[in-house]
Design a binder for this molecule. Structure first.
Ligand SMILES: Cc1cc2nc3c(=O)[nH]c(=O)nc-3n(C[C@H](O)[C@H](O)[C@H](O)COP(=O)(O)OP(=O)(O)OC[C@H]3O[C@@H](n4cnc5c(N)ncnc54)[C@H](O)[C@@H]3O)c2cc1C
Length: 550
């Protein structure tokens, strides 16, 4: 069990943490262990972040639960029983609540409270943090654990506010169960949330119309109950599984590493391998070969295989063609994992509407209008995703040195050193920020790595009498160049994806996550720390005091 809640008084803390998802919760736990005072602010009414907000039908993880879980406590990972290969949202939320209770985190978390502003005072080296309840606290450090996919994107469609029926966003789903039985439902968006929810909503609704702008690649989850033997196998092998995920895997997932490229094998062998992975299901489809995201002809072989599967599953040839993705190489947008998504379009109550060729004209009181036709609906489901990676950070008014705001600094795209800090904003850390592997990985692996690095860094500063730490501009510029360089050696930038900010009108197109892989990235972060935090400027507390007094 952890230490007792910290005993900060009068709103002055060592650290303010923003967000109580998996990142904020683990950050708090580590800070407690260091004996630091901390306050976590969370705008929701409970812990869990993603799993608190995304309660839509069919919501579940797409990294297997035995791996999409904390590794920092062996007792926790030995104790917790995941019921399915991919746990559904209610179970992941239950897990988050269990962690909060087990480590007694709640006393230091203030719920229903948004952080609205954080301003750095250069004389005292203290952050002042203003919250939605009109109060302000101070802290030496601020950690943004605000989440990469936590700022739900409302589409800008004419007439949306006129719709008389219920409107739901998958990322802001009501807490009480929603039952679509007997209703005509219109669903807009066919990314991961749309793909997960379509089969479940189709099973309830009288009629479901799915509006698709971009067809996406999706691989069957092959979800199933986990047997006691399977759980036991993971538990016994956790030391190696977790080590591999952190150090050897590019994406933080334990799997076999490919030893050859797609074109090194003949058609039959290749097809056999793809078929085996398709049958196995899950995200590891993309690691059949080592060059699928590097070489277009290699990528085409995997994309063709999946397009072929869609044609086999979907009976109506015109619908099958519409569902076959052709606008981007497979894997360059986050690949989706589904249960019966394509087969759902064989149901008589499900219809697919192409809104790429003919965008939605408007939403009326009772319909979605496309190409002059009204698709009537009693309820509207917006599966339109998130302003990813920077959206939640941008909603906070963050003011650093010389009164400069982070939003102004990032107007042309986010700039960080290692995804962890941004020059001009001392003592402000970001968990899984742009410039780190983040959304390209099993995010709990990346979260734990960042939180551990930040906690170790704070301990180093305390032990060495250091008052401030800040990314150096030269190191940041070099890192941003490196992140882009690596991205452009791959096929990723070919897709108009949310990795590039392409789903948000007006957002700068810059490749945000670091593609180098979690193992390489971790090594880099560790090296930087070992070299006395190379690329970060550290100022001694004594010096800072003299400057403040002068
Ligand atoms: C439907 C869905 C499925 C996913 N499945 C997977 C998966 O299988 N594997 C995987 O690796 N990743 C998955 N992800 C990504 C997921 O976001 C991460 O795995 C992880 O949960 C992120 O944790 P976090 O704590 O960093 O952020 P979040 O869980 O997003 O938590 C951030 C919290 O910060 C709060 N917050 C933000 N701004 C403020 C503010 N200004 N003031 C106060 N509070 C604030 C938010 O309310 C939120 O609760 C999925 C995402 C979604 C949306």
């Amino acid at each position: 069990m952890s230490a007792q809640p910290s005993a900060a008084t009068a709103g002055a803390y060592d650290v303010v943490v923003v967000g109580a998802g998996f990142a904020g919760m683990y950050m708090l736990h580590r800070l407690r262990g260091l004996g630091m005072t901390a306050r976590v602010f969370e705008q929701g009414s409970g812990v869990g972040g993603t799993w608190y907000w995304n309660r839509y039908p069919g919501a579940r993880c797409d990294v297997e639960s035995m791996q999409y879980s904390y590794s920092f406590s062996d007792e926790l990972q030995q104790e917790w029983d995941w019921s399915e290969r991919y746990a559904p949202q209610p179970e992941i939320l239950k897990y988050a609540k269990h962690v909060a209770d087990r480590f007694n985190l709640r006393p230091d978390i203030q719920f229903d409270t948004r952080v609205e502003r954080a301003e750095f005072d250069e004389r005292s080296n203290i952050w002042s943090v203003t919250t939605s309840d009109g109060k302000a606290v101070t802290a030496k450090f601020v950690v943004l654990a605000t989440g990469c996919l936590s700022n739900a994107r409302m589409p800008d469609i004419k007439g949306l506010d006129r719709f008389k029926g219920k409107v739901y966003h998958t990322g802001h789903w009501p807490h009480e169960p929603v039952d679509f039985t007997g209703q005509r439902v219109a669903l807009i968006g066919t990314g991961s949330s749309g793909i997960q929810s379509v089969p479940v909503i189709a099973g309830q609704a009288r009629h479901l119309t799915v509006f698709q702008r971009t067809a996406n690649f999706s691989i069957p989850a092959r979800n199933a109950a986990l047997t006691a033997e399977e759980r036991e196998w993971f538990r016994k092998n956790y030391p190696e599984i977790r080590r591999f995920a952190r150090e050897d895997a590019r994406n933080g997932i334990y799997t076999d590493l490919p030893d050859r490229g797609a074109l090194d094998e003949g058609d039959n062998e290749r097809r056999t391998r793809y078929e085996a992975r398709w049958q196995r299901g899950g995200l590891t489809f993309m690691s059949v070969y080592n060059n699928l995201l590097l070489d277009e002809p290699a990528n085409d072989t995997a994309a063709d295989f999946v397009r072929g599967k869609i044609a086999e599953i979907v009976k109506d040839p015109a619908t099958a063609t519409l569902l076959q993705p052709n606008s981007h190489p497979i894997g360059t947008k986050r690949i989706c994992i589904d249960t019966d998504y394509f087969a759902t379009f064989n149901r008589p109550n499900v219809e697919l509407v192409d809104i790429k060729a003919n965008p939605i004209e408007e939403i009326t009181e009772n319909a979605v209008r496309v190409a002059g036709r009204d698709y009537e609906a009693d309820a509207l489901v917006l599966a339109t995703g998130f302003d990813a990676m920077t959206g939640s950070v941008a909603k906070i008014d963050i003011v650093g040195r010389e009164g400069r705001t982070l939003n102004r600094k990032w107007a042309e795209g986010p700039r960080t050193y290692l995804g962890l800090m941004s020059a001009g904003f001392p003592n402000l850390f970001i968990v899984t920020g742009p410039g780190s592997p983040s959304v390209l990985s099993n995010m709990i692996v990346s979260i734990e790595q960042h939180v551990d690095w930040i906690a170790d860094c704070l301990a180093h500063m305390r032990d060495n009498g250091l008052a401030t730490m800040e990314a150096e501009k030269a190191a940041e510029d070099k890192w941003v160049d490196h992140v882009n360089e690596v991205a452009y050696t791959t096929l990723y930038p070919q897709a108009n994806s949310w990795y590039m900010g392409a789903n948000i009108p007006g957002k700068p197109r810059i490749f945000m996550p670091y593609i180098g892989g979690v193992g390489v990235y971790r090594q880099k972060c560790d090296e930087v720390a070992a070299k006395e935090y190379e690329g970060f400027a550290m100022v001694a507390a004594e010096h800072a005091r003299r400057v403040a007094a002068s």
